[in-house]
Design a protein around this ligand. Sequence first.
Ligand SMILES: Nc1ncnc2c1ncn2[C@@H]1O[C@H](COP(=O)(O)OP(=O)(O)OP(=O)(O)O)[C@@H](O)[C@H]1O
Length: 759
Amino acid sequence: MANRQDVRAEALDSEQRTVSALYARLDVARARAEAALRAAHGSGGEPGTRQARVEREVTAAEQARRLAQLHAVERGLCFGRIDDAGGRTTYVGRIGLRDDGNESVLVDWRAPAARPFYVATAGDPGGLVRRRHLHLRQRRVVGLDDEVFDLERMSESDRRALVGEAALLAALRRGRTGRMGDVVATIQTEQDRVIRSGLQGALVVQGGPGTGKTVAALHRAAYLLYTHRDTLERRGVLVIGPNAMFLRYIGHVLPALGETQVVMATLGELFPGVRATAVDEPRTARVKGDARMAGVVAAAVRDRQRLPDGDLLVTAEGVTMRVPQAVCARLRERARAVRLPHNMARKLFVTELLKELARAEARAVEESLHLAELALEDPELAGSLDLEHDLDEVDLRLASRRLWSLEPVRRAIDALWPELTPQRLVGELLSSPATLRAVVPAGLDWAALVRPAGEPWTVGDVPLLDEAAELLGEDDSVRRAAAREAEAGEEELERYAREVLVTTGLLEEGIFQRAEMLAERHAGTGDGLSTAERAAADRTWAYGHVIVDEAQELSAMAWRTVMRRVPARSLTVVGDIAQTGSAAGARSWAQVLDPHLAGRWREERLLVNYRTPVEIMRVAADVLRSVAPDQEPPESVREGGTPPRAVRGGVARLRELVAAELDAVGDGRVGVIASEAWHPRVAALFPGDDLEAPVVALTVTQAKGLEFDAVVVADPAGILARSPMGGQDLYVAITRATRRLTVLHDGDLPPVLSGLVRE
Ligand SMILES: Nc1ncnc2c1ncn2[C@@H]1O[C@H](COP(=O)(O)OP(=O)(O)OP(=O)(O)O)[C@@H](O)[C@H]1O
């Protein structure tokens, strides 16, 4: 009888044969896509018709996309196998592949057929007898893990071939790389529920640190794109993260899952043309994020629709025109009554005011002629002039046009109802204490908003700009004309798309079921932009789905901005109320979501911590109790072994501490998380913001959502003292480590950290 070693080798060999065959299929698919791409490019030099050109462009863009996808799935192409009670075996991988006979040989992890791989448990195996995890290094199978659900129904040879080590723990033991990896091979059942939850409505994923909220949300994006490709390819998916470093950290998860078409942005980038990174002081952030600021921006817009101090007097070309103040007031009311955005209502105001000015001009001319007549005593002219009332519509229009070209007239109109950009409105509002005092309601600290003109935009300004853009409106006539033209070309494009599908084999490979989808994706792409790029550049783009990570940090105003991006209200909201660090952030999900989604959001909780070892989590639990006594800390699956410690000293001790941590983690990463007060000195010791470097120095705000093998928290008292949310910040800082935690303090150790071992 063969010994266990032989059995294991046999099982590995057999899986190796399957995996090699799968990679061979992948190579074939790549070669096909490459050939099609070359063919499309190769014919680019021919003169050809516009139709031929469009066809080539569409083919080339699709094949390039397909090729990028096929290259992105190289690592760990196949990672699972399930055997059911009926004797069927299914291999699960990053994408689906078919053999020459069009039989499925690898099932995409998002397909319904792959579901049992994720949801089978010993208690509820769902028809499976075994689940096997395959570990690959490059294209070689280097390990197998089996979970058996029904030993009785397994064949004798399969029984003997059982091999195992908990796949999840193996995945967790790997050192950090500075980038988030996908966990497609080890998704846990509770996470699977989050990932495969329906597209409709809003799903809140609440969970403590390290419970896999981010990773589940990203897999959900990939799953939704796969399952609802029709809707989501066209409208796009937006992922909002807390800062650029975090987006870099998670940036390669989706491509590795085969998705390259997702827009990633920070809150500071949601307003096209602005890239805000600066953060306001807590006092300012609280006011700016208050929902009442929507009313403040509206009041600021109304404040720019002004009346002259007395009658309006405009002198141009030697004539002084007078429009009574009451008439100006009537015109303003009329323009406001149409309820159009400010810049559109302005058109009406300008037209009406120009007519009034034309009449005023006629009156002024008449008046001067009358004076002249008196001077000349010319009886011929007496009583025969009534220029104002002689003006008909045509005269008025002509006179208006002439007046509009005169600089003093324009200036006078602009002073009453200027054309405004959001940047100008908000910039001028925040640098004008007098206006702020007038438009900010009692109870909101207007003085906290004042700042010098020309300061860079902060993340908290972005929702104000967005609000202003809504109220001001843009002149979109050019865009509408372009859209009409694009529509005319769509039918034509659809016909080519159908031909492209047939000639390139994209239809066969199941990438597109319908030609309209391909056509839609490329409609209006004369500018060479993908859906994702067009969406990112267009403030009014309506996304098909929006994922908000670290969502507890968003203010009420920021939520208004987010909701405008997704009129269908299909959202995944990911966060932890106990980690709220922003003064304007959420205290509960109901508080921030009910105003937009009352009765239309559901909550899933993740309770298992895959990051922080038990020993560290025990200390974190003390901190959590002090800031959120009603919240349960998540349960850790890791056991670190090294007890977290406290070391006394100042910045000067850091070099030595970090060197020791680097030694301890080998190839792993060390994060130094310092208070705002210490951070400049710490960053000078460890410069750069590359998360893939062995050491990186961060503030707590920057460290949100990240993780390191070893973490040194510097100046815990300073972190606690920063703001009312200091306790939450400390909780975030000490839950970033996967293995080791050191706390460096120069004064007394804060009592909440008394669980640390002192050195
Ligand atoms: N099913 C899983 N298999 C393997 N690793 C997992 C799994 N789920 C989570 N992890 C790992 O646990 C770590 C924490 O995950 P993630 O960053 O998504 O947590 P989080 O809930 O967003 O944390 P935080 O709230 O602290 O930002 C990551 O390294 C992730 O890869």
